[in-house]
Design a protein around this ligand. Structure first.
Ligand code: HPA
Length: 283
């Protein structure tokens, strides 16, 4: 039986105290930058940065090119904390460590979680370079980050999952994309463990299960954030079509190249969405 310590609460609080000692900033929105959005931070009025390696006990990414730090600052007038680089389950971390950074941002004060990622398109009407509003998710191929003794301080044992991706925030994203004239697909995101890409049969399986895009992150983070009562929204950049749909073999370089190509548009969308989320009535 795992106890509370093993389930990560003491570690989380230790990380939180470590952050508080180094940074005095209260974010409103937490933003996770997926592949291609890595340099988004260049457009932020940065107030502070904190390397993950300067937070005791924090999981540090091992993927080449996945620089890891929190960036605190303002997007327009909105106080945000950005994760530049996230930890993936395929790196070998316990799933509770994979979601620790998300939980930490909620403790810092962020009530909204904005998730971005790069994914493979499974819906045959999608094209590489499309953006997809995440409406729902399938996370059953990775362990739930809530397995183990429940951390009562964070949330309930059996959290409801009917509206993981907040409907109001989905509408903000749809309206923002329409105003900017940026085409937006919608769909269900499925998280697999990776790090290998899917076989054609696995892509067909994902489609049969009702998914529109496949990736290796995000859904477990959304589960942890939903458990803590955060409002969640997400946009996926379809960096390639899933294996078997596209005729060419997949490579990380292709994924990165597409993400880089559409990055300017993605950044514009993310910036406007953040502003519009902050300006919602009643917030
Ligand atoms: N599969 C899984 N993860 C991904 C893909 C893919 O095709 N593209 C980008 N991340």
């Amino acid at each position: 039986m795992k106890n509370k310590m093993e389930n990560g609460y003491d570690k989380l609080i230790h990380c939180y105290e470590c952050v508080k000692k180094q940074v005095d900033f209260t974010p409103k929105i937490a933003l996770v930058l997926g592949s291609g959005l890595g340099d988004y931070a260049d457009g932020i009025q940065v107030e502070a940065e904190l390397q993950y390696s300067d937070i005791e006990g924090f999981p540090v990414s091992t993927v080449a090119g996945h620089e890891g730090k929190y960036i605190f600052g303002y997007v327009k007038e909105v106080p945000v904390v950005c994760m530049k680089g996230r930890v993936h389950y395929y790196e070998g971390y316990d799933i509770s460590d994979v979601v620790l950074p998300i939980r930490l941002m909620k403790l810092m004060g962020a009530e909204v979680l904005f998730l971005t990622n790069a994914s493979g398109g499974i819906n045959p009407s999608f094209r590489a370079g499309d953006f997809m509003l995440i409406k729902d998710q399938i996370a059953n191929f990775v362990p739930s980050p809530l397995i183990g003794a429940n951390i009562e301080e964070l949330g309930v044992r059996f959290p409801d999952m009917s509206d993981i991706y907040d409907r109001e925030l989905q509408n903000v994203i749809k309206k923002t994309a329409a105003l900017l004239d940026i085409p937006l697909q919608e769909g269900v995101y499925i998280q697999l463990t990776g790090p290998n890409y899917e076989s054609p049969a696995e892509v067909r399986m994902c489609r049969t299960l009702g998914a529109d895009a496949v990736g290796m992150s995000t859904a477990c983070e959304a589960i942890a954030a939903n458990h803590m009562g955060m409002k969640i929204c997400g946009i996926s950049c379809i960096s390639n079509m899933g294996c078997g749909i596209s005729a060419t073999p997949l490579s990380h370089a292709e994924v990165q190249a597409t993400a880089d190509r559409v990055a300017p548009l993605f950044k514009k969308l993310v910036t406007e969405v953040i502003q519009n989320i902050a300006e919602r009535k009643g917030d």
